[in-house]
Design a protein around this ligand. Structure first.
Ligand code: F6R
Length: 242
């Protein structure tokens, strides 16, 4: 794993945004996979800034988000689709038809997961996958468990994950859906390159377990150790246990 440590969360975000802009310059038809959450917000702001400065062109790129809540439509204020519109999509020049998203309100959620896998394949696979990490070691919504699903699937969210996402639902944990759809570990590990971003002391322990611990379904992010091309973008606080 290629571990890069920056002094501050802002520097981490700026470096990651430059990394994405470089990848777009090298391959304008880049297929990106993207996370939501607090961590990438600064990176997305920086990508919007780079785009406005003419330094990041998404016109031919395709994006797939890692996950989405089940049981709410894309237009719901708490959905990840809404989050992405607000933090990234509205400020860049992605082509609408190349924004791919899981639909948590699809009538048949298993069929929706299969549709997503087929769409990833039809796009030629994911070139560059950005991911955050949950304090419990989850990646996407692959929660710690005795077994992990390989492909895009329905998942029951851990209580800690629902608490972490309560701010998207007005702070009301009971309003956070209990289920989500998520790319599976194999879907994630088939990406050409994976960049994990983590900032803040709260992530130090899970980063250490993901990077140095045994590969375990109880720390889903530890599966990244099996991939040939993983980069970690960390601030000093998140790197303290390494
Ligand atoms: C969300 C996702 C999650 C988050 C993780 C970290 O799309 O895939 O795995 O990356 O929960 O979230 P933050 O950045 O809020 O700590």
């Amino acid at each position: 794993m290629d571990i890069r440590v920056f002094d501050t969360p802002e520097e981490t975000a700026a470096a990651l945004a430059r990394r994405v802009a470089r990848a777009l310059a090298d391959k304008p038809s880049l297929v990106l996979a993207l996370p939501t959450g607090r961590t990438p917000v600064a990176t997305y702001a920086e990508l919007r800034r780079l785009h406005a400065a003419g330094e990041a062109d998404f016109a031919r790129a395709t994006t797939f988000n890692l996950d989405e809540f089940a049981g709410i439509p894309p237009s719901h204020p708490g959905s990840f689709r809404t989050f992405m519109e607000r933090h990234l999509f509205q400020g860049i020049n992605l082509t609408l038809s190349r924004i791919q998203f899981l639909d948590g309100a699809a009538p048949d959620l298993d069929a929706e997961c299969e549709r997503y896998e087929a769409a990833i394949e039809a796009a030629g696979g994911i070139d560059l996958l950005l991911a955050g990490i949950g304090a419990n070691g989850h990646i996407g919504f692959n929660e710690p468990a005795d077994a992990l699903a390989a492909r895009t699937h329905r998942v029951r969210l851990a209580d800690s994950t629902r608490r972490d996402n309560a701010p998207l639902f007005g702070g009301d944990v009971s309003a956070v859906p209990g289920e989500a759809l998520s790319m599976g570990m194999r879907t994630i590990l088939e990406a050409g390159a994976i960049v994990l971003i983590a900032t803040g002391a709260r992530k130090a322990r899970c980063v250490e377990r993901a990077v140095r611990g045994p590969v375990s379904t109880h720390v889903p992010a530890s599966f990244l150790q099996l991939h040939r091309h993983v980069e970690l973008y960390l601030d000093r606080a998140a790197a303290t246990a390494l």
